[in-house]
Write a protein that binds this ligand. Structure first.
Ligand code: ZN
Length: 244
């Protein structure tokens, strides 16, 4: 089976479509595992929800998904993110809101736990250091965990001795080891933050016991001009060009 690992679509329809097209070109997939933040920041929240719902998918909630429906407040958001969140809330239909409200915080599939931020703190925690990851390995029962939220493609590896190492997610990660446990972030689809503006996603091939990491070009200018039309904050428009 082939599972598409996507996170942080952030209402960027052009990026999400490019990822789906790239997946088809690479032989398709059986199921999408979406790690949250479908909406927020970008110009097409409803269309991105609709496109995800048209696929075979499972999905957990992200902080922007909850903020858009008022399930958490935006006091902890920076002013531009909060403004985009208010705009997003106005674009959502009743069906979109019900769907977002129903998203679980955590899911388990095969050897994987899926959360948005971290297994310890699914909505808010950014997993960016080996020290934080080490504590989080105690917070899930499966061998592997998939996270999003930081929009940075990373892999945390915990070996038999309990050592935890952090690395960038390479093109190909073998997960067949008997002893090593992993926390993997496939990067962001709709707002990458590792200096590479291309959409980031991964595929888990269960028969090959391998996770493949991919970057795909999309028409950034299309998303940016939609954002201009919607009068979304300029900083959010510009950052897409830099992948930050
Ligand atoms: Zn996000």
């Amino acid at each position: 089976m082939r599972y598409a690992l996507v996170s942080d679509i952030h209402a960027n329809l052009a990026a999400f479509k490019a990822v789906l097209e790239d997946l088809e070109a690479k032989g398709g997939f059986d199921e999408i595992w979406c790690l949250g933040d479908i909406v927020g920041y970008g110009p097409e929240p409803h269309a991105c929800i609709e496109l995800l719902l048209s696929q075979n998918y499972i999905c957990v909630a992200g902080n922007h998904d909850w903020a858009a429906i008022g399930k958490i407040d935006t006091l902890d958001f920076n002013p531009d993110a909060a403004r985009a969140c208010q705009w997003t809330a106005q674009q959502l239909g009743v069906g979109d809101m019900d769907w977002l409200r129903g998203l679980p915080l955590q899911l388990e599939r095969a050897d994987f736990t899926l959360v948005h931020g971290s297994p310890r703190e699914p909505i808010w925690e950014y997993l960016l250091s080996a020290v934080d990851a080490r504590d989080n390995f105690a917070c899930f029962d499966t061998k592997f965990c998939l996270v999003g939220h930081s929009h940075v493609p990373l892999v945390f590896r915990r070996d038999k001795a309990g050592q935890c190492i952090l690395g960038r997610l390479s093109d190909k990660v073998n997960v067949a080891s008997d002893s090593d446990r992993l926390i993997i972030n496939p990067g962001g689809v709709g707002q990458p933050r590792d200096g590479d503006p291309r959409a980031s996603y991964a595929v888990y091939d269960s028969s090959a016991q391998t996770i493949y990491h991919y970057r795909v070009d999309y028409d950034i200018a299309v998303t940016q001009s939609r954002m201009m039309e919607c009068q979304l904050p300029l900083s959010l428009i510009l950052r897409l060009s830099y992948g930050y």
